[in-house]
Design a binder for this molecule. Structure first.
Ligand SMILES: [Zn+2]
Ligand SMILES: [Zn+2]
Length: 247
């Protein structure tokens, strides 16, 4: 297959640069549009190959279009990622040192939590142990709002989780920083935060909630795919594609 980057590839890349992240349906539409406008062949099932061609040219610039899954909806997303600084330092132009310290503390709380979330109360409390300039409660809350607005965190009823963008961009950093703690989903092999865990202490595999829904759909008695123990958690419904476009 040709690895030559053409006008259609370049246009796709421009769209990614402008948007940062697009969902799978959006990426497919852009792919089709780019091929049509530049009169090149469009194979609907070859989006990932098309992106691979772009990535092979992006590599020397330490850029990459990475694919990741929303832990809430199970939808796939594509994000343009700077691989040269896939860690918290990329945020230094937007956040002060003490704000980044609080973000790292939030990351700690989320990574070490069972369900991949941290409550605002726990985050506010963790601000008390800061070593850089302490943030007041109101400042911490404002910072959390900003992190949600900038799409690093999601918030629901006072519980904070990592956004899809954050997971796609920070996965290499998180895997390095939390080697012993981080687990991948047994089904999709992506890093797993919001998930269900096998209760067999010698097993303990994790499965994302949307992956649980898909994996156990139509199975009469849910059993762990690794140890075959009974899977004691509530099995969520498979969401209809695009029923919710939350990131
Ligand atoms: Zn999964
Ligand atoms: Zn198990």
């Amino acid at each position: 297959m040709s690895r030559q980057m053409g006008d259609s590839h370049r246009r796709f890349l421009q769209t990614m640069m402008a948007n940062g992240m697009v969902d799978e349906q959006g990426a497919k539409r852009v792919y089709q549009y780019c091929c049509e406008i530049h009169n090149t062949q469009h194979a609907p099932d070859k989006l990932d190959d098309f992106i691979e061609t772009i990535n092979s040219k992006l590599q020397p610039m330490f850029m990459n279009i990475r694919k990741g899954m929303s832990e809430e909806s199970g939808d796939q997303f594509y994000a343009l990622v700077n691989m040269a600084e896939t860690h918290v330092t990329r945020m230094t132009s937007d956040y002060a040192d003490n704000e980044l310290e609080l973000f790292r503390k939030t990351l700690d709380l989320i990574v070490y939590s069972e369900k991949g979330n941290a409550s605002s109360t726990d985050i506010l409390n963790s601000a008390d142990t800061m070593t850089t300039k302490k943030l007041k409660k109101s400042e911490t809350q404002q910072l959390l709002n900003r992190l949600v607005h900038d799409n690093w965190l999601n918030e629901k009823r006072g519980e904070y989780t990592l956004s899809t963008r954050c997971i796609i961009e920070m996965e290499p950093y998180i895997r390095t920083m939390y080697q012993d703690q981080v687990k991948v989903c047994h089904i999709c092999r992506n890093i797993a935060f919001q998930c269900q865990i096998c209760e067999n202490p010698t097993c303990g595999i994790k499965i994302h909630n949307p992956c649980v829904a898909r994996y156990y759909k139509g199975k009469a008695e849910p059993r762990c795919p690794a140890c075959e123990d009974f899977w004691p958690h509530e099995i969520p419904e498979v969401r209809r594609p695009r029923s919710q476009s939350r990131k």
